[in-house]
Design a protein around this ligand. Structure first.
Ligand code: GDP
Ligand code: IMO
Ligand code: MG
Length: 425
């Protein structure tokens, strides 16, 4: 598959579309894989040779030879979780220290950020976001408030003073929320993580990526979360705290917009969401249960059950538009193998009685208008080529392509690296 100098791969729904698997599959075609936002709220699953890995802060290009992998400036890092993740990869034989570069401008998640995440959630009562509890929101809040600590601060004599000030400010908020906590153990693990992290290469990643581009290298940018969780365009306030859309790759890595070539938008053939917030096509019936069971829909980070529903083309069309998606990657169609019929939401009926196919300011209370398709009732998992696709599945794909005005270039029919079909090959 021909690639441009910089391609971006990102989620089009509410996360967990299968980004990790596809980044791993595409990595051999690039020199560099770079994460541009989010942090250990992500859980990117990869399966190959009978092994399974879940990556959180480390890019999904670390298993395919000695490619450069970058933790970009747009990310937030928890040193203790980073150590746990990196040591387990090293134990599995991944030569991480040679492959991984960490931006000096990435922000540090402090132990008190995690406490704040939990304290703020508890104080919200029924309006909880249902965060992953990893301190993501409070860390990005400090970044925007210009009170955050960055990886590069670890190299300065000012670090302890800055840490002390941030911690004291956080403790004042925790006190005002009457939140009880014991920092001693988490702080010790975090400091231990910081010492471990210092063994990695901290770089000015914006210079690294631009120098590599000058030298003719190719980069695949790996998104986390999904477009509907974007801080600006997602189902606010039930979103994450970073820009998950394609523009986030520019700000999160220092790559100029004109450099971006292909934009791979990943979608499941149905839809899931973890945490709170509106979900117009959510199913509470037996079909929803079946999607959850057949899709094994439990969060890769928190283990929480994912809410399941039919595919939402109103939200997807919006996501394709916002990201300038050039290629759709269709995941997990095999989960629908046994369904006699498959539904796709093509419009919303809004509470005021009007109908729209443009994603509204607030999709709470929107009722899905469905188009129904005959199911393929054939196992897709073992298929190796699009020539073997059942006719009903081809019709479903054609409908997606027409509605979204974008070609479906890759189809995934199982969790393994090898269960991936490139169309037109
Ligand atoms: P990510 O966060 O976007 O990387 O996705 P997750 O790893 O959180 O969730 C995707 C889940 O679906 C993982 O358990 C994958 O192993 C699994 N998966 C990926 N592609 C497929 C597929 O085509 N079919 C099935 N059945 N499972 C898949
Ligand atoms: P990947 O990269 C699915 C959701 C949380 C919550 C909201 C805010 O694996 O697709 P946060 O901890 O970010 O402040 O939580 O966002 N969320 C995700 N849902 N996949 C993810 O990542 C997610 N990361 C955050 O459940 O609703
Ligand atoms: Mg995930």
């Amino acid at each position: 598959m021909a690639q441009s100098k910089v391609d971006v791969l990102l989620g089009l729904q509410w996360g967990d579309e299968g980004k990790g698997k596809v980044v791993d599959v595409l990595t051999p075609g690039y020199d560099v894989v770079a994460r541009f936002q989010g942090g250990p709220n992500a859980g990117h699953t990869l399966e190959f040779d009978g092994k399974k890995f879940v990556l959180k802060s480390i890019p999904s290009g670390v298993f395919q030879g000695n490619k450069v992998n970058i933790i970009g400036n747009g990310m937030v890092l928890d040193a203790a979780l980073f150590k746990a993740e990196a040591t387990s990869l090293e134990a599995a034989g991944v030569n991480l220290r040679e492959r991984l570069l960490i931006s000096k401008k990435a922000h540090l998640i402090l132990p008190t950020h995690r406490l704040l995440d939990s304290a703020i959630e508890s104080s919200k009562g029924s309006g909880k976001v249902g965060t992953t509890g990893r301190g993501i929101g409070p860390t990005y809040t400090d970044k925007v408030a210009r009170t955050g600590l960055r990886v590069g601060d670890l190299l300065t004599p000012d670090f302890e003073r800055k840490y002390g000030e941030a911690k004291a400010a956080h403790e004042r908020i925790l006190k005002s929320l009457d939140y009880e906590y014991d920092l001693s153990q988490t702080e010790a693990a975090w400091r231990d993580g910081l010492e471990y992290m210092r063994q990695f290469r901290f770089v000015d990643s914006e210079h690294c990526v631009n120098n590599m581009l000058r030298d003719g290298k190719t980069i695949l940018c790996e998104g986390a979360q999904g477009t509907m969780l974007d801080i600006d365009f997602g189902s606010y306030p039930f979103v994450t705290s970073s820009n998950t859309v394609c523009a986030g790759a520019c700000t999160g890595l220092g790559i100029a917009p004109g450099r971006i070539g292909r934009v791979f938008g990943i979608m499941k053939a149905y839809c899931t969401r973890v945490g709170s917030g509106p979900f117009p096509t959510e199913l509470f019936d037996n079909d929803g249960k079946l999607l959850s069971e057949r899709g094994n829909e439990f969060g890769a980070v928190t283990g929480r059950p994912r809410r399941c529903g039919w595919v939402d083309l109103v939200a997807l069309k919006y996501a394709v538009r916002l990201n300038g998606v050039t290629d759709i990657i269709l995941m997990k169609s095999d989960v629908l193998d046994t369904f006699p019929t498959v539904k796709a939401c093509v419009a919303y009926q809004l509470p005021d009685g009007t109908e729209t196919d443009e994603f509204p300011f607030d999709c709470e209370g929107a009722k899905p208008v469905y188009e129904e398709f005959a199911g393929w009732k054939t196992g897709l998992c073992g298929l190796k080529s699009e020539d073997d696709f059942p006719e009903e599945f081809n019709q479903y794909i054609s409908f997606l392509e027409e509605y979204l005005e974008t070609p479906v270039s890759i189809i995934s029919v199982g969790p393994d690296r090898n269960q991936t079909i490139f169309r037109g090959k």
